[in-house]
Design a protein around this ligand. Structure first.
Ligand SMILES: NC(=O)C1=CN([C@@H]2O[C@H](COP(=O)(O)OP(=O)(O)OC[C@H]3O[C@@H](n4cnc5c(N)ncnc54)[C@H](OP(=O)(O)O)[C@@H]3O)[C@@H](O)[C@H]2O)C=CC1
Ligand SMILES: O=C(O)C1=N[C@H](C(=O)O)C[C@H](O)C1
Length: 251
């Protein structure tokens, strides 16, 4: 049995994850973590699910699934690692430095974990294909589209895609003139963020070559698409011996 704690259980992703975990025969939701929650927020959950509101409450679980905010996620991951709970961080927006610090803490604690920019298979494949395309088309731009409630920009997926493109391309790209209208500069990859009601989560990568264009696009229509990846990560995270980045590490 895999004992799971979910942080951010009242949010859109947290609620979907609570339902999904509770439907698995090999998983048990032992607790939810939210410093702002009260027992009144627990009405939908069975009596044997604990509410953890402070770090001293945190006791025993195998896996910590985090869908919170960028302000909370780093602290939550530290807490999980300190208590020997494998972290699966779905929350976006951790800086490369924060990710490296957490990786170092996991090494010290001899604990595996995952930081997952996107649990959806279409986005995981988009990142893989973008990495491959960047070897042949060094000139690339990322456009991500999300629902209007998303507070962070660019998305975690777009940042990860830009890092992977930069790592993969060997030739220097054409120099880009940077001004506000050219998007954020992530590893010399321009990244553009669109926020509109009606959207959920979508990403395009445009590669330009001499007289040709390649466009790779993925569309997330429903949050259920993330749940297969969440379950896969929950089942496999204990097999990792460090804090890895990307769902592909357990595919
Ligand atoms: N990796 C992936 O595939 C995906 C990642 N995400 C990411 O997941 C995160 C959450 O998204 P979403 O569910 O849409 O956002 P929501 O705003 O719906 O939910 C966030 C929740 O986090 C809670 N929260 C805030 N601070 C803490 C804390 N310190 N400890 C525990 N809970 C806390 C909030 O509760 P309160 O009201 O009390 O503040 C809220 O319920 C975002 O970063 C998003 O980008 C989203 C989709 C897929
Ligand atoms: O906030 C969201 O909705 C999403 N966040 C993640 C991100 O920032 O990349 C994953 C997905 O795009 C949905």
């Amino acid at each position: 049995m895999i004992n799971v704690v979910i942080a951010g259980f009242r949010g859109a992703m947290g609620q979907a994850t609570v339902q999904t975990v509770r439907n698995q025969a090999d998983m048990k939701l032992v607790a939810v973590f939210d410093p702002h929650a009260t027992t009144a927020d627990m009405t939908q959950l069975p009596d044997d699910v604990a509410l953890w509101t402070t770090d001293v409450d945190v006791t025993a679980a195998d896996v910590w699934i985090d869908f919170t905010t960028v302000e909370a996620a780093y602290h939550n991951a530290v807490l999980a690692i300190q208590h020997g709970i494998h972290p699966i961080i779905g929350t976006s927006g951790l800086t490369p430095q924060q990710q490296q610090e957490l990786q170092q803490q996991a090494v010290t604690a001899h604990l595996g974990g995952l930081i997952v920019p996107n649990f959806g298979l279409s986005a995981v494949l988009l990142m893989k294909f973008a990495q491959e395309a960047a070897q042949y088309f060094p000139d690339a731009e990322v456009i991500e589209y999300h629902h209007g409630d998303k507070p962070d920009a660019p998305s975690g997926t777009a940042s990860a895609t830009a890092h992977l493109i930069a790592k993969s391309r060997q030739n220097a790209p054409q120099p880009t003139v940077h001004n506000e209208a050219r998007g954020a500069d992530i590893d010399d990859v321009p990244v553009h963020a669109v926020r509109l009601p009606g959207l959920l989560a979508h990403e395009e990568v445009l590669f330009g070559g001499s007289g040709e264009l390649l466009t790779i696009r993925q569309d997330t229509m429903d949050r259920s698409s993330f749940m297969t990846g969440v379950l896969l990560a929950t089942r496999k995270v204990a097999t990792l011996n460090e804090l890895q980045i990307g769902l592909d590490k357990v595919l």
